[in-house]
Design a protein around this ligand. Structure first.
Ligand SMILES: C[S@@+](CC[C@H](N)C(=O)[O-])C[C@H]1O[C@@H](n2cnc3c(N)ncnc32)[C@H](O)[C@@H]1O
Length: 231
């Protein structure tokens, strides 16, 4: 190894990860605008916050989405990974809930991708086999030259059944790196920490929040090897 390479290695910065054990809404209100950051998150399903009841959860979900969009700075983007659910025989489109929140906060939709969590053709009953990956910004507009696919055929490795897939996180982080100057990823509902671990693996700092102490511990520990964990 020559001196220049040794010097580069010595000064290479290891991306940071901080995980806060807190209520995301209180944390976001306290923090205000997340300067220099973009958000990649997955708001909890009604099954994860049963105490709210269905209508209470729906109102809470929309408030949370609005709060996140209001916290994203003009230089950043807000991305949501959400899976539709069936309830009492009717589908609830969580993508539509997030898009409604964007309309109320004056955010424009940069992309709406469909991510297959199960192979196309799989029959599902209570939870769709696809997720929405939606991106929003106030003023930032992406370059047409770097357009990417609307449908991701495979979400990639998921550390848990409600987790984001690694391939979806890579797509989201790649968008941040290519289209924004933000180099910190915030996930206010970080769960296993999939988005945080992928952000770190791609050289960005990561900040997570979760109400569950157990999930915070997992989110601090998770490591993703981009060479191995894409599939
Ligand atoms: C859909 S999961 C997130 C999954 C995550 N994207 C991953 O890849 O593992 C939602 C998470 O939100 C957390 N949560 C629920 N209510 C919360 C709240 N009020 N504040 C912060 N986290 C909350 C749950 O503990 C759960 O880990």
């Amino acid at each position: 190894m020559d001196d220049t390479t040794a010097d580069l290695i010595k000064h290479a910065r290891v991306p940071e990860r901080t995980v806060h054990h807190a209520d995301a809404l209180a944390w976001l209100r306290d923090r205000g605008v997340l300067r220099g950051a973009s958000v990649i998150t997955s708001l909890p399903d009604v099954s994860e916050v049963p105490a709210l009841g269905f209508e209470g959860w729906r109102a809470w979900f929309q408030d949370a989405a609005e709060l996140i969009m209001a916290a994203v700075p003009p230089e950043g983007i807000a991305m949501f990974f959400q899976s539709d659910i069936k309830r009492d025989g009717l589908w609830l489109d969580k993508g539509a809930l997030v898009i409604g929140a964007a309309g109320r906060t004056g955010m424009g939709m940069l992309f709406h991708k469909i991510v297959c969590r199960k192979p196309p053709g799989t029959v599902t009953y209570g939870r769709a086999s696809y997720s929405h990956l939606l991106g929003f910004a106030s003023t930032l507009r992406p370059s047409l030259r770097r357009a990417t696919a609307d449908v991701l055929a495979d979400a990639g490795f998921m550390p848990g059944s409600k987790a984001m897939g690694v391939k979806a996180c890579i797509e989201a982080c790649r968008f941040v790196l290519d289209e924004t100057i933000t180099r910190t990823i915030v996930d206010p509902f970080c769960g296993f920490g999939t988005a945080l671990a992928v952000a770190n693996a791609m050289g960005m700092d990561a900040v997570g929040v979760d109400l569950s102490a157990r999930m915070c511990k997992r989110a601090r520990m998770l490591r993703i090897d981009l060479g191995k964990d894409r599939g």
